[in-house]
Design a protein around this ligand. Structure first.
Ligand SMILES: Cc1cc2nc3c(=O)[nH]c(=O)nc-3n(C[C@H](O)[C@H](O)[C@H](O)COP(=O)(O)O)c2cc1C
Length: 358
């Protein structure tokens, strides 16, 4: 079967070939799934004000993230359990990331362990941390990730409890609780099977928990899951080097603010004191151009990577990344900014309903 030629084509083909319960788990959101749709609508609803005759010559997609040079600003978001989508899925995503010079964020619940990541040549990766009630083990996990080469620790903070995944309730889909979680096994968890580890997640994190992780870590710490400027300021005050504006792809709290609308407030609050990244609903290179014009340093892609993996393994993920990167390069040229640094706020026009009051 030839691979789809659009991201939406991957979306539709994925839903045709995978079991309904799994499709619901990957694509579904919290409660009624309103934020899932609003995320993508929000990016698409931003208009572009292209400049003409502004730049010439070669396109430069390179960026610097947390002090490190990267080939481009489109990154793979952390997502667990890739094995459900393709045998060896955890390793295949990492390989596809390396092949497309994409920075990869590896989930605590990913299907590949640290040792497998270490064997992927040329891979740039960060480790997404879910904290555990056993704080000593949490810090051991941080140490193991850094020893394996993680360039940053990404602490996810929007899982104070699991959101209501209504599609999973209706379909009866559950993750296989007996499977071993490789990163947790390698970090020395006494019982690294999913069910007991999931039950021992730390659900009472505070800003002091962040400060403790920052104090312990020898690499930069990024906070994932913020939607408010005041929270972003607190994150910086407690030592975060970066912030990921995210509503977890609409999977946690329904009607949470679309990230395209949360981003400007956070960029303004942080005011250059930390890197700002964004995810949730980003489905094209043009969406990434809009995110950077609004002040983001980079953008993460979630579900489209899963669609690629589920359809065609590493080749599918590479194709998804290539489609996004081609669109990003083309969009840079068309908006009149042939390097990422030339994107600015004047390139985008927000719809009037994006201005919210509280
Ligand atoms: C199947 C799936 C698993 C996920 N697992 C994690 C995870 O383990 N850790 C985490 O911080 N976020 C996780 N996320 C959220 C993603 O990192 C990201 O925030 C979100 O998918 C971005 O939105 P998008 O899918 O609309 O691009 C997961 C998302 C999906 C769809």
């Amino acid at each position: 079967m030839p691979l789809p030629t659009t991201i939406d084509g991957f979306h539709r083909a994925f839903a045709l070939v995978q079991p309904e319960g799994l499709v619901g788990y990957i694509n579904g959101g919290a409660s009624e799934g309103l934020t899932v749709g609003r995320n993508t609508d929000a990016w698409q609803g931003i208009s572009v004000r292209p400049r003409m005759l502004a730049t010439a010559g070669a396109v430069d997609t390179s960026v610097t993230l947390l002090g490190q040079p990267e080939a481009h600003p489109i990154m793979i978001a952390p997502m667990g359990f890739q094995e459900l989508l393709h045998p060896g899925g955890g390793r295949l995503v990492a390989q596809a990331a390396a092949a497309t010079q994409t920075l990869y964020c590896h989930s605590t619940f990913a299907s590949a362990g640290f040792a497998e990541l270490e064997s992927v040549d040329g891979l740039h990766w960060w480790f997404q941390l879910y904290a555990f009630a056993d704080w000593g083990f949490t810090l051991a996990l941080v140490d193991r990730a850094i020893a394996a080469g993680a360039g940053a620790i990404v602490l996810t903070v929007d899982l104070a409890t699991l959101g209501l995944r209504q599609r999973d309730v209706d379909s009866g889909f559950t993750l296989r609780g007996k499977q071993v979680v490789p990163c947790l096994a390698e970090a020395g968890a006494p019982d690294p099977r999913l069910a007991p580890m999931w039950a021992s997640l730390h659900h009472d994190l505070t800003w002091d928990s962040l400060a403790e992780i920052v104090a312990h870590s020898t690499v930069p710490v990024v906070v994932k899951g913020l939607l408010r400027g005041d929270d972003a300021l607190l994150a910086v005050e407690h030592g975060a080097s970066g912030i990921i504006v995210s509503n977890h792809g609409g999977r946690q709290l329904d009607t949470a603010l679309p990230t395209a609308y949360a981003l400007p407030e956070i960029v303004e609050a942080v005011n250059g004191t930390a890197s700002v990244m964004v995810d949730s609903g980003i489905r094209s290179g043009l969406d990434v151009v809009k995110a950077i014009a609004l002040g983001a340093d980079a953008a993460f892609i979630g579900r489209p990577v899963q669609w690629g993996l589920g359809l065609a393994g590493a080749e599918g993920v590479q194709r998804v990344m290539s489609l996004l990167l081609d669109d990003f390069t083309r969009s840079l040229v068309l908006v009149g900014a042939r390097s990422v640094s030339r994107l600015d706020r004047s390139i985008v026009a927000m719809p009037s309903h994006a201005a919210f009051r509280n």
